[in-house]
Design a protein around this ligand. Structure first.
Ligand SMILES: Cc1cc2nc3c(=O)[nH]c(=O)nc-3n(C[C@H](O)[C@H](O)[C@H](O)COP(=O)(O)OP(=O)(O)OC[C@H]3O[C@@H](n4cnc5c(N)ncnc54)[C@H](O)[C@@H]3O)c2cc1C
Length: 538
């Protein structure tokens, strides 16, 4: 049986970085097992191509959550990258670190080394920010971060003005001194191409002689000798293989697959595992529990002026932006659809923002089956102001249904299952309407299309957002970090409690969700986690 010093399961946002960090010195051999295939695909590289990958089972796990009473019984679509780069190869590329207080809360929950001042150097080292280095930004790192300001659709500037008229400051850098306000997003791209974790970290690491990456390799079980992880069993091309880890197994399979794999391997809630005939290696009720996610909704408007719809929908418009992209790697196809954004407080008595905004100069009220119809928007001029909650109190779980590693686990989101989450979303959608009513933007609005002017009472607004909300793809905390095995899965050095030679390094370890999108924090987790593994080697 082949032996590597380290086996990393999953090549996503965190796993790609872990593989790079572990292999940098040349001292250790590293095997990466990735269930998906290559990221050398046009719609993965082209930023707006993520509309195509949204449902594409060639690159996406395409999960469906359980019907959720909080979402009017809807069974939500949960895309996750199944490809080199993981979800960073199919995401919307918005680059947000989260707020200082998010990380200080992580540290104060008993996790030394994870406060904002501890993680800031990692964020800076990761970045090659187009805006240059300052107290917060970094340059010269592997992830190029692009400022979309010169290229956003002109309507974005009306949104920014309207946001200020509604009382928010203009914020030039959501990753800078403060998050609050409206502004233009930074995105992870370079020269009009997606800057996934695979492009930034894994592909450079793959050039090293001590790194081997197996694609289409589904890890099915972690192998233990007593309490010590010693290897991994995986399936590739219909064959079962086993491989040994001389030093450690690192699970970086993401917030859904990491708890699934631990449970399949006998690490999880004992009663569930026993009921499925899985021998229990370590009973820990937190594996798969404590699921936190962001939920969001769009308010959509019909405009009196042309929007991106008039560019992306007609054949000649598609031809124009297609040529612009192919010849100059510029134009709308080279950007995230979320041009503008923001962070606000639903109640001034709050110490910091609890809601995130997205401005999209396009609309897709009329759905197209099997596609996120970014490349086929509505036939009329439309735009959307979207929002999502930042630190909801609702909790869900990810639990396996069977001992079959190919069967998708049960995803129970429990969205809007607390009064606090309902109340803040009600206040938040009213604030979106307040932005749309400001002089800077009201004059170009012909009508509110969704939810529409008839939806006015609190009961109707709640009913509407329950029916139309969905995940914004930021599940975290299903193997959360903490000092106590009774309430967490890994310690502050990301070692699985009460087991040896086994770590989890991905978004599942977040003790709580961050205020913003989760790719940059997952990459940071990969960076810090990878460095910790190296530091802990003799
Ligand atoms: C559609 C979408 C849009 C998003 N938009 C944004 C955005 O604009 N900005 C932002 O910051 N965040 C965004 N996110 C979220 C962000 O991309 C994720 O939070 C982040 O990528 C998670 O990183 P991870 O390392 O935890 O997991 P992932 O990146 O999902 O990596 C897990 C990897 O493990 C592999 N794997 C899983 N199980 C196994 C197994 N058993 N064997 C082998 N390999 C396995 C998977 O195939 C995958 O490659 C978005 C996500 C999605 C899905």
């Amino acid at each position: 049986m082949q032996t590597y010093d380290f086996i990393v399961i999953g090549s996503g946002s965190a796993g790609s970085v872990v593989a790079e960090r572990l292999s940098a010195s040349g001292r250790f051999s590293v095997l990466v097992l990735e269930a998906g295939g290559t990221d050398r695909r046009f719609y993965v590289q082209m930023p707006l191509g993520y509309g195509k990958t949204f449902f594409d089972s060639a690159v996406n796990w395409n999960y469906t959550a359980e019907p959720d009473p909080g979402l009017a019984g809807n069974a939500d679509h949960w895309p996750r990258g199944k490809i080199l780069g993981g979800s960073s190869s199919i995401n919307a590329m918005v680059w947000i670190r989260g707020a200082r207080e998010d990380y200080d809360d992580w540290r104060d929950a008993g996790n030394p080394g994870w406060g904002f001042d501890d993680v800031l150097p990692a964020f800076k080292a990761i970045e090659d920010n187009q805006g240059g280095a300052d107290d917060w930004r970094g340059t010269g790192g592997p992830v190029h971060v692009t400022d979309m300001s010169p290229a956003v659709h002109p309507l974005t500037h009306l949104y920014l003005k309207a946001g200020q008229q509604a009382g928010l400051p203009l914020n030039p850098d959501f990753n800078g001194a403060s998050q609050e306000g409206v502004g233009i997003y930074q995105i992870s791209t370079r020269d009009g191409r997606r800057m996934s974790a695979a492009r930034a970290f894994l592909r450079p690491a793959m050039k090293r002689a001590n790194v081997r990456v197996e694609t289409n390799a589904l890890a099915t079980r972690i192998l233990f000798e007593g309490a010590r992880a010693v290897g991994v069993e995986y399936e590739r091309n219909g064959h079962k293989e086993t491989v040994r880890a001389g030093r450690e197994v690192v699970v970086s399979a993401g917030s859904i697959n990491t708890p699934q794999l631990l449970q399949l391997s006998g690490v999880g809630p004992a009663r569930l595992l026993q009921s499925l005939g899985i021998p229990v290696v370590r009973d820990n009720a937190n594996v798969g529990a404590n699921l936190q996610d962001h939920v969001g909704i769009n308010y959509t408007y019909r405009a009196k002026v042309p929007t991106l719809n008039q560019i992306l929908r007609p054949w000649w418009g598609k031809l124009r932006v297609g040529m612009q992209y192919l010849l100059a790697r510029s134009g709308p196809l080279s950007l995230s659809i979320n041009n503008g954004g923001g962070f606000f407080r639903t109640d001034p008595s709050r110490a910091r923002p609890n809601m995130q905004l997205y401005f999209q100069a396009f609309s897709t009220v009329i759905p197209k089956p099997g596609e996120r119809p970014i490349l086929a928007p509505d036939p009329w001029p439309g735009f959307s102001i979207g929002l999502s909650n930042a630190r909801p109190s609702s909790r869900g779980e990810i639990m396996i249904r069977s001992a079959d590693p190919r069967e998708h686990p049960r995803i129970v989101a429990n969205a809007y299952s607390t009064n606090a989450d309902l109340d803040e979303m009600l206040d938040a959608v009213k604030f979106v309407r307040k932005i749309a009513a400001q002089p800077a933007i009201a004059g170009i609005i012909e009508a509110e299309v969704l939810p529409g002017p008839s939806v006015q009472s609190d009961a109707d607004l709640i009913d509407d957002f329950r029916r139309r909300s969905g995940t914004v793809y930021h599940p975290v905390s299903t193997c959360r970090m903490g000092p106590d095995p009774a309430s967490s899965v890994v310690d502050a050095r990301l070692r699985v409690h009460e087991l040896q030679n086994l770590r989890v390094i991905d978004a599942s370890i977040f003790p709580g969700n961050i205020t913003g999108n989760t790719n940059a924090p997952s990459i940071m987790t990969g960076w810090k986690g990878g460095e910790m593994v190296v530091e802990d080697q003799r």
